[in-house]
Design a protein around this ligand. Structure first.
Ligand SMILES: CC(C)(COP(=O)(O)OP(=O)(O)OC[C@H]1O[C@@H](n2cnc3c(N)ncnc32)[C@H](O)[C@@H]1OP(=O)(O)O)[C@@H](O)C(=O)NCCC(=O)NCCS
Length: 179
């Protein structure tokens, strides 16, 4: 069941619309990525990425809302997309989804990332996934605070990258062939 469009008011009174991301948001997504500061882009992609390629945009908008879901936050005054939270099911680990959240610089530290992540966790639960992972650069204080407060626990560390996991409460699918 897809998420319905909703309107939320942030703690500072700003109103935001939230709905599932669709294929038609491709240009908006590219424009949003262009607006991001180099620092935010680096923190999101854990590498100095200067723009999204056509291939990136294909991948980021190819969503069937079960194993690949994304929620988009829109500023109703400008119609700009200002944040995206997404998950992708890991092909090698069915039932485990990997998440990433990006908030436009002007909208950061206003509660939007945390709100979108909570909505995305609810969507992953609805879809029956059993755990969500997040990989965060150790220097990314905002992302660390966001995932910790959402209940994620540390799982692994690979140099500067920390991996967190949140159990979603759904049972693991039964392994075929077992009695
Ligand atoms: C990380 C990110 C998604 C968080 O979203 P956000 O809307 O800015 O964060 P929120 O306002 O919901 O705040 C989340 C927590 O981080 C803290 N925080 C926010 N900005 C912070 C900053 N610059 N430094 C330290 N802590 C910060 C908040 O106080 C809050 O902690 P709390 O729960 O104790 O109050 C957002 O900052 C972002 O898009 N950054 C660039 C891209 C990125 O890093 N993506 C994450 C990749 S996994």
């Amino acid at each position: 069941m897809a998420m319905h469009r909703q309107q939320v008011t942030l703690a500072d009174g700003a109103v935001i619309e939230i709905r599932p991301l669709e294929r038609g948001d491709r240009q908006g997504l590219a424009a949003g990525a262009e607006r991001l500061s180099a620092r935010s882009r680096y923190l999101r992609f854990a590498s100095p990425k200067d723009h999204l390629t056509e291939r990136d945009l294909d991948w980021l908008t190819d969503l069937e809302h079960h194993s690949r879901e994304a929620l988009l936050a829109i500023d109703p005054t400008t119609r700009d997309g200002v944040a995206v939270a997404r998950y992708v099911e890991l092909s090698e680990e069915p039932g485990i989804v990997d998440t990433a959240v990006t908030v436009d610089d002007a909208w950061q530290n206003r509660g939007l990332g945390s709100y979108l992540l909570a909505q995305l966790i609810a969507r992953a639960r609805q879809e029956g996934h059993h755990a969500m992972r997040a990989t965060v650069l150790a220097e990314n204080a905002a992302s660390l605070a966001m995932v910790r407060h959402a209940g994620f626990q540390p799982r692994a560390r690979d140099g500067a990258l920390l991996e967190f996991e949140l159990p979603l409460g759904a049972a693991l699918p039964e392994r075929p062939g077992l009695p």
